[in-house]
Design a protein around this ligand. Structure first.
Ligand code: SF4
Length: 129
């Protein structure tokens, strides 16, 4: 009799199917091919899109949200976060700006997800007639 050795919730769509992997590597519980692919990836090489924030100097906000433009292997996330934490941007910051290309050789780029203007511009606009 096969034994379930792993369970996971499929996050590909809102159905949230309960996926299982048994001791022979057979995957169950999926309702579509996308779910099967997700379970295979999670079993062999789990990946995640990294989301975080980085420091901004001279901006209207002190931190800028960032994310990778494609998933990064889960095993590299901690090391990737070390790189992300060392980033310091200077305002103005464009949305979609690549701030770390080919992060750890993963072909994933770290990009900004928000525009951050210079703090001075806000002050100047406030003083304008
Ligand atoms: S297995 Fe298919 S239907 Fe079920 S949650 Fe995953 S993507 Fe959605």
């Amino acid at each position: 009799m096969k034994e379930i050795i792993r369970e996971m919730i499929c996050i590909v769509c809102p159905n949230g199917c309960r996926l299982t992997v048994d001791d022979s590597g057979e995957i169950g519980g999926y309702q579509c091919e996308r779910g099967l692919g997700y379970a295979r990836d999670e079993t062999v090489n789990p990946t995640r899109v990294l989301t975080s924030t980085v420091r901004v100097i001279g901006g209207v906000h002190r931190r800028c949200p960032v994310k990778t433009d494609r998933p990064v292997p889960k095993g590299l996330l901690m090391k990737a976060m070390e790189r992300v934490n060392a980033v310091e941007l200077t305002a103005p910051v464009e949305c979609g700006q690549i701030i770390l290309g080919n992060l750890l050789g993963t072909e994933s780029n770290l990009v900004t997800t928000r525009e951050i203007g210079r703090a001075k511009e806000i002050i100047s606009e406030a003083q304008a007639p």
